[in-house]
Design a protein around this ligand. Structure first.
Ligand code: NAP
Length: 279
C-alpha cells in the first residue's frame, strides 16, 4: 500500500483508507470483519463522524487491540462547533471509539459558529493530547483561505471533499489550493456513494478496458485515478471483507499517463460549479 505524508503533518498515511458512513446499518459482525481486514491490508486510515450513528461503536470493536495501527479521524457537526461544544463533541466521540485520542479531528462542514471559535477548541484539544491534528471538510477554496487567515500556515491537516469519477469539481480550485498550502485532500464517496459508472455505459466500458489491462477491477482503477497525485487520499466504505480487500489492492498500482488521459476524456471534469458539490 502506497502511503504519503498527510498534508503538513509528518505522519505517513495510506492512499486508500476506509469510510464508515452507514457501516452500522447492516450486519454488525461483517462490518467489524471488513474494517479489520482493511486494517490488516494497510487501509489504516479510518474515517468516521459523530453524525454516523453507531459507526464509532463499530470502529471501537474493529480497533480493539490495535488502536496504534490506526489513523483515526472523526468529525464535529457544525451545530456543535462552538468553543465548548467542539470539546464536548470530541470527548463523546472518544468515549464511543474507546480511545483517548484522535489522529485528526474535522469540522464536518462550515456552519454558523465563527471559525475562530472552532479553531480555538481544536488547538485546546491538541494541547490536551486529545487530538493530534485537525482539519476541515466540504471547504471550497475561499473557505480554506478564510480558515488559513484564522489559523495560520501548517495548521489545517486536510480538507475532506466529494470526489469521484463523475464529480471532479475539486480539481478546479480546491486541489491546487491544498497543494500550495500543504493540506491533504481526502476524497469522500470515491465510488459516488451509490452511483458507480454502469459497466454498460460508454465511460463504464472504458473503465473496464483499463481494468482488464491491469488484471484489476473498475473500482480499483477508479481509486487509482482519484489518488494519482500524492496529495490526494481516498476513503471508500465497504461493509464486507471481500469489498475491503478489493479496495485495498488499489493502493498498490498506478495508471500510466496515457490511461489517465483516456479516463480524463471518458469522465470529463466539466466547468467549475458556483459552489462546491457535497453529499
Ligand atoms: P462510497 O465509498 O463512494 O461507496 C460506498 C458503496 O460502494 C457501498 O454501497 C459499498 O457497498 C460499495 N462498495 C465498496 N467497495 C466495493 C467493492 N469493492 N465492490 C462493490 N461495491 C463496493 O460512499 P460513501 O460511504 O458515501 O463514502 C465513503 C466515505 O466517505 C463515507 O463512508 C464517509 O466516511 C465519508 N464521507 C464523508 C462525507 C463528508 O461530508 N465529509 C460525506 C460522505 C461520505 P458495501 O457497503 O456493500 O461494501
Amino acid at each position: 500500500m502506497k502511503s504519503y505524508p498527510f498534508g503538513s503533518t509528518s505522519v505517513s498515511v495510506p492512499v486508500i483508507g476506509q469510510g464508515t458512513w452507514y457501516i452500522d446499518s447492516g450486519d454488525r459482525k461483517a462490518a467489524v470483519a471488513a474494517l479489520r481486514r482493511g486494517i490488516e491490508l494497510g487501509m489504516t486510515h479510518i474515517d468516521t463522524a459523530e453524525m454516523y450513528g453507531d459507526a464509532e461503536l463499530v470502529i471501537a470493536e474493529a480497533m480493539a487491540g490495535q488502536r496504534d495501527q490506526v489513523f483515526l479521524v472523526s468529525k464535529v457537526l457544525p451545530s456543535n462547533a462552538s468553543r465548548k461544544g467542539t470539546i464536548a463533541a470530541c470527548e463523546r466521540s472518544l468515549r464511543r471509539l474507546k480511545t483517548d485520542y484522535l489522529d485528526c479531528y474535522l469540522l464536518h462542514w462550515r456552519g454558523s459558529y465563527p471559525l475562530a471559535d472552532t479553531v480555538a477548541a481544536f488547538e485546546e484539544l491538541v494541547r490536551a493530547g486529545k487530538i493530534r491534528s485537525w482539519g476541515v471538510s466540504n471547504f471550497d477554496a475561499d473557505d480554506l483561505a478564510e480558515m488559513l487567515d484564522v489559523a495560520g500556515e501548517g495548521k489545517i491537516a486536510c480538507n475532506q471533499v466529494l470526489y469521484h469519477l463523475k464529480e471532479r469539481a475539486i480539481e478546479h480550485a480546491v486541489i491546487p489550493w491544498c497543494e500550495k498550502h500543504k493540506v491533504a485532500v481526502v476524497a469522500y464517496s470515491p465510488f459516488g456513494h451509490d452511483d458507480f459508472p454502469a459497466p454498460k455505459s460508454k465511460a463504464g466500458e472504458v473503465l473496464q478496458q483499463i481494468a482488464k489491462a491491469h488484471g484489476a477491477t473498475p473500482r480499483q482503477v477508479a481509486l487509482a485515478f482519484l489518488t494519482r497525485k500524492s496529495t490526494v487520499f481516498a476513503i471508500p466504505k465497504a461493509s464486507t471483507a471481500e469489498h475491503a480487500a478489493e479496495n485495498a489492492a488499489a493502493g498498490d498500482f498506478s495508471l500510466s499517463e496515457s490511461e489517465i488521459a483516456v479516463l480524463d476524456r471518458a469522465f470529463p471534469r466539466g466547468e467549475r460549479p458556483r459552489s462546491l458539490p457535497m453529499l
